[in-house]
Design a protein. Structure first.
Lengths: 166, 103
């Protein structure tokens, strides 16, 4: 049986997400973690493309990669001296934490495998942007406005926290 | 076709547990923030995957994942402002060395 190219691409994106995510978690250098997080976020955007979520994939790249990751690297650079070549990022309590997380992972995987998931028949559609726009301005209008207020409050709060005292 | 719901759930579960591992083991506050980003991403993958395989007519999961992305952006901005203030006042971003409150 010849494997399809789409399957190969899908599995390699899954491997990319898992491996770079693992390096984010265990890397001894903070800058390596940040750069590795870049590839994890790109891989998650690729998974969204495989799920026909075009708008979410674009927002993932624009907001996460273009915004949050830049903020994180900004934080790394501001809170460490540049001359410090090897920005240390030590971990502690690795073994108990790994055991706890592995137990939790095994339980979750057992749950996923033992559940009989409902799968709908219709799984193909056109672009999702139109329907998301309609939903955001009809059914989810109030949460949309509340979350815009929250974003404004977070923006003002962050600016207030980080400016100089007058 | 290997593109099925369980694969997405596996990837999402692995990301969730790696994020929890980072939050538990890391001492640097910025690295803890990266772990939280991993956790939020895994939640987003679940929303989108269930939306596609469960009911693809209505896009509620997409809207929820937009809300999660907005929350992640707000959280990253405020957390980094707090971390930079911590660095200015205490001189370190290691969460176990900021013991002013004797916690």
């Amino acid at each position: 049986m010849i494997p399809e190219y789409g399957d190969i691409l899908f599995l390699s994106i899954c491997m990319l997400v898992v491996l770079t995510g693992f390096w984010v978690v265990v890397s001894p250098n903070l800058v390596h973690s940040a750069v590795s997080l870049l590839f994890t976020l790109f891989g998650v955007a690729g998974l969204y493309v495989f799920l026909y979520a075009d708008f979410i994939a674009a927002s993932q790249i624009i907001i996460y990669v273009g915004g949050i990751l830049v903020l994180i690297i900004f934080g790394v650079m501001l809170t460490n001296t540049i001359s410090d070549q090897n920005i240390s990022n030590k971990s502690q309590n690795r073994v108990p934490a790994a055991i706890a997380c592995l137990i939790m992972l095994v339980l979750q995987i057992r749950g996923i495998l033992n559940t009989n998931w409902y799968i709908a028949e219709n799984q193909i559609r056109e672009s999702t942007v139109n329907d998301i726009g309609i939903l955001l301005l009809s059914k989810y209008l109030l949460p949309f406005e509340i979350i815009s207020l929250l974003l404004l409050a977070a923006l003002i709060g962050a600016a207030m926290l980080s400016r100089k005292k007058v | 076709m290997i593109n099925m719901l369980e694969i997405y759930l596996f990837v999402s579960a692995i990301l969730l547990n790696m994020g929890i591992f980072a939050v538990i083991t890391r001492k640097n506050a910025v690295a803890i923030l990266m772990g939280i980003e991993l956790i939020l991403n895994s939640a987003n993958i679940n929303f989108i995957a269930f939306n596609r395989f469960g009911n693809f007519e209505v896009l509620d999961g997409h809207v929820f994942s937009i809300f999660v992305i907005v929350l992640a952006a707000a959280e990253a901005a405020v957390a980094l402002a707090i971390i930079i203030n911590l660095f200015k006042n205490v001189g370190t971003v290691k969460v176990d060395e900021a013991t002013e409150l004797k916690g």
